[in-house]
Design a protein around this ligand. Structure first.
Ligand SMILES: [Zn+2]
Length: 377
């Protein structure tokens, strides 16, 4: 990777969307299964990919191994050092000062926001996942008639110290949501249908009316509403995750003035950039894709910033589980930003003073403003 511009290298990051790290030591199989959103297959390796090349180029030296060390040696070194030491090494190298942590995805034991931030030497804030709160309310046995009030009250409690909420409608119904705020009667009817049809086990919310209800609850709480957009694992129907599908809903939310944060966006990062340009309350990032695209991260950032105003673009790692992913997300973002700004400086598009200002904006200040983080710190 090219040398970083000094002001990009030194700029602390606000990671506005990430998750906890694993408590256990990841073995070779876990490294493969968590490297990307993809799955392994017989006779091949997920490490033969842009994400894999960059992982094995950048991560082994952090653990005292040469670049391109074998995966077996790498996993053995991880075990030798232990989960906490490995996490500390990678997370402290990210240069992250603030983390906004989505606590709604816990397929296995992971660190709390506070523990994650301690490992990184950062401050943590919580982002509450809307569907998770609704599913917890359903699991507690509330009836259809009381569902809307019970969710509103649970959300008020759960978000008391949170800085935002998140919708994973993309994973459940797709982003083709209607714009209107559903009435309590419509919510009761939809909840009745959902609760009557949930099988055994934890209830899983996937209902257009209820997803929309939750989003409007977030708007009413006046908290920034994050949306999963685009790239995700095989649970997602990617063709239903184009952010342009959100246009009617974005238009309806605009008068409320509540920020809407479009996460990931790849391969629809250009569409997302358009939405950030035309809607004053829409912000975008390129999280998750940054480390998955590896050496192509500079191209991704350049495309994402074709239309998106620099005052609307945020940094996120969207890392989950492996501390390496926070490190790769940050390292590749800094490298891509450096390449991008250097080409602007070479073309005399702006002064170095302006490049320093743009760096502060996309790395930290846009997030601090949108989430009003100054109020908490
Ligand atoms: Zn995420």
């Amino acid at each position: 990777m090219a040398d970083l511009l000094p002001f990009v290298a030194e700029q602390p990051l606000v990671d506005h969307h990430c998750h906890g790290v694993l408590r256990r030591v990841a073995d070779e199989a876990a490294l493969g299964s968590m490297l990307s959103e993809g799955a392994g297959w017989p006779g091949g390796s997920v490490f033969d990919s842009q994400a894999g090349f960059m992982f094995l180029r950048l991560c082994p030296p952090v653990l005292g191994l040469p670049p391109h060390a074998g995966l077996g040696d790498y996993a053995a070194r991880r075990t030798e050092l232990g989960a906490t030491e490995v996490s500390k090494r990678f997370l402290s190298l990210t240069g992250t000062s603030v983390m906004c942590v989505d606590t709604g995805f816990t397929p296995e034991p992971i660190t709390s926001p506070g523990e994650l931030a301690d490992l990184a030497g950062a401050t943590a804030h919580e982002i509450v996942r809307l569907e998770r709160v609704a599913e917890d309310v359903a699991a507690a046995g509330v009836g259809a008639a009381g569902f809307a009030d019970a969710v509103r009250s649970a959300l008020a409690t759960r978000t008391a110290s949170a800085v935002g909420v998140k919708s994973i409608a993309a994973y459940r119904t797709g982003l083709g949501l209607r714009a209107e705020r559903p009435s309590d009667a419509e919510v009761a009817a939809a909840a009745g249908h959902w609760l009557a049809n949930t099988g055994p086990g934890a209830p899983r919310l996937a209902d257009e009316t209820l997803q929309r209800f939750l989003i409007w609850c977030g708007v009413d709480l006046r908290l920034p509403v994050q949306f999963h957009v685009g790239y995700g694992d095989s649970d997602v129907d990617l063709h239903r995750c184009n952010p342009l599908l959100l246009t009617p809903l974005l238009r309806a939310i605009q008068p409320a003035g509540v920020p809407v944060m479009l996460l990931h966006n790849y391969p629809f990062h250009r569409e997302a950039g358009y939405l950030a340009q035309v809607f004053p309350h829409v912000y975008v990032d390129a999280g998750l894709a940054t480390h998955n695209l590896g050496a192509r991260a500079p191209a991704l950032l350049a495309e994402a910033l074709e239309l998106a105003p620099y005052g609307k673009f945020l940094y996120s790692s969207d890392a989950f589980g492996l501390p390496e992913l926070y490190y790769l997300g940050a390292a590749l973002f800094r490298s891509a930003l450096s390449v991008h700004l250097r080409s602007g400086l070479d073309a005399d598009l702006y002064t170095e003073r302006a490049a320093i200002r743009l760096t502060r904006m996309v790395c930290a200040d846009n997030a601090k403003r949108a989430y009003q983080l100054g109020r908490q710190m």
